[in-house]
Structures are given as structure tokens and as C-alpha cells.
Design a protein around this ligand. Sequence first.
Ligand SMILES: Cc1cc2nc3c(=O)[nH]c(=O)nc-3n(C[C@H](O)[C@H](O)[C@H](O)COP(=O)(O)OP(=O)(O)OC[C@H]3O[C@@H](n4cnc5c(N)ncnc54)[C@H](O)[C@@H]3O)c2cc1C
Length: 293
Amino acid sequence: MAEKLSLMNNVNMSEYSSMKTGGIAERCFFPQDEKQLVDALKTLEREKIKYYVLGNMSNVLVPDGKLDFVPVITTKMTKTEKKEADGKLHVYACAGVKLTKLAYEICDMGYLGAEFAYGIPGTVGGAVFMNAGAYGSEIKEIADFVDFYDIEKDEIQRIDNENCDFGYRTSAFQSRKGVILGASFTFEKGNRDEILTRAKETMQKRIDKQPLEYPSCGSAFKRPEGMFAGKLIEDSGLKGKSVGGAMVSEKHAGFIINKGNATTNDVKELIELVQKKVKEKFGVKLEPEIRIL
Ligand SMILES: Cc1cc2nc3c(=O)[nH]c(=O)nc-3n(C[C@H](O)[C@H](O)[C@H](O)COP(=O)(O)OP(=O)(O)OC[C@H]3O[C@@H](n4cnc5c(N)ncnc54)[C@H](O)[C@@H]3O)c2cc1C
């Protein structure tokens, strides 16, 4: 029964993607645990069917129209284990656990280090893959190890933090064939009230500065060294620039938002237009942070 529940037909990806764009997936897997995820991947590999493993789809642009791949979406893999010992909290979270929810639980238990993650709308798998970060902290600082299924070797590997090659919005997993099954994190005991205050202040900064009332993928571009993408875009006169239903946010020029009827092609065209204009004006090539499937 559970096996059957993990497969859905004719899924409209715009209902799942945080940009609220994307076409129809004829088949879509929603594995509920590591075994179902690995089995789904093995089947797809064996049948030579193209696929992408996805989390909360808060950093991906899904193509329009009928998809030529099978999405394997981890958001039903929500098992979490927490253990307190010697003033520390050890957390193991499966790939599909929502980062914001987990971060809040850790803060609420009075442990330090997860405040930055409160408000990042991804899953643990997506956050590890991207080395997600905010306000000066990132996944690299809190991860102990990552469990990874290596498709080529057909084995589950436990990869220590230092071998994850975490960098600015990158990790070793971006160039490896396989899937993140879960990750382990450690947090130190702190002052609960201060921690919760800090987490809530972080969330308030997001509400004040980011266009959260519109669908988006967060920052559309990576920060070029020593600069801010949003400032370069704003200084290129691109605030409010639109292609179809996609628009450079008036509130935060680093965000591309969906005003209501955008397609993925609109967003892609706008990304290219922004890149061209910023390159012309400042000679800087902006690299998308959004992953275009
Ligand atoms: C409003 C808003 C604010 C945001 N703020 C931030 C921020 O402050 N900091 C930040 O870093 N990001 C931010 N983001 C971007 C995004 O939330 C993060 O990149 C997040 O970590 C992506 O997680 P996800 O589960 O949504 O991944 P997805 O978007 O589903 O996938 C992202 C990539 O990870 C891969 N992936 C996902 N799960 C797995 C897995 N289990 N195994 C292998 N590969 C996998 C996918 O194939 C894809 O290439 C923001 C986005 C939005 C919409």
C-alpha cells in the first residue's frame, strides 16, 4: 500500500514549486522513507528514465509543459531523531524534513546554532545540497555527517562534514550521482529566551526585506565576491522589470517574483535579461543561485 501511495500520476508541478511555475509530470515519486527513495532511484536507473531528486522546490525552476523527467520528491520523508547528552543536542533528520520547522524546534529546546535556518523554506536534503545559509551562518557549521546513497557504487555512505566540500551555496553532492538520505547535526545548550528572540528577529528581517507575499525562489543570483547582487540589479535600473508574469521585485531587487501568471520561461528570460544588463553596466557576470532543471 505504502509503495503505491508513493507514486502519483499527472502531477502539476506549479502546485508544488515555490515559484508556482512548471509543467506536468506524468509520473512523480513521493517516497516515504530511505528504502522507498533508493528503490525508486534503482528502478528509474534500471529503466534508463531521466529523473531529479527534489525537496521543497524552493530553489529550482521546473520546465513548462510536459516534463521529460520523473520528479522524486522527498517531502514525505520526515523522520527526525533528537538526543540530548552532555549539554548537547544531536539531531538526525531525514532528507525531507522541513528546515524551518526543525530549526524552530531546536531553538525552542534552548539549543544554539539553528537560528539562521529559521525561515529558509527548504528541506534538510536541499539545504545540505546547497549548503544553505543566511545572516552569516550556513549548514557547514552545524552538520556532522551526511548519509548519501551512491548510485554508481550502489551503497549508502556516511560522509563526514570535512568531506562534504561545503562552499558558498555548493557542496560535494552537486557533482556526485546519488541522493542525500539524511544528515546529522549537533547543537550546544544556550539561553532559550535569547535564542528564540534571535530566531524571531531573523524571521522579522525576512518579512521586512523580502517579498514573501509573492512566489519566488529566494535570491535569484549568488553574491558576487565583495558585492551584492540585489544592489547591482537595482543600480542597473531593473527594479520592477518584467517579462510576462515574472518581475524583479520592487521590494528586494535580488528576488525574481511571480506576479501571478508567470511561466518558467518568463523567469528564465528575465534571469538572462538581468545578467545581460548587469554585465553591460558593471562588467559583472551574475551566476544564478536558482537551479534551472
Ligand atoms: C522566500 C525564500 C527565501 C529563501 N532564503 C534562503 C536563504 O536565506 N538562504 C539560502 O541558502 N537559501 C534560501 N532560499 C532558497 C532555498 O530555500 C534553499 O536553497 C533550500 O536549501 C532549498 O531546499 P529545497 O528542499 O527546496 O531544495 P529544492 O529546491 O527542491 O532543490 C534544490 C537542489 O537540491 C537538490 N536536492 C534536493 N533534495 C535533495 C536530496 N535529498 N538529495 C540530493 N539532491 C537534492 C535538487 O536536485 C536541486 O538541485 C530561499 C528560498 C525562498 C523561496
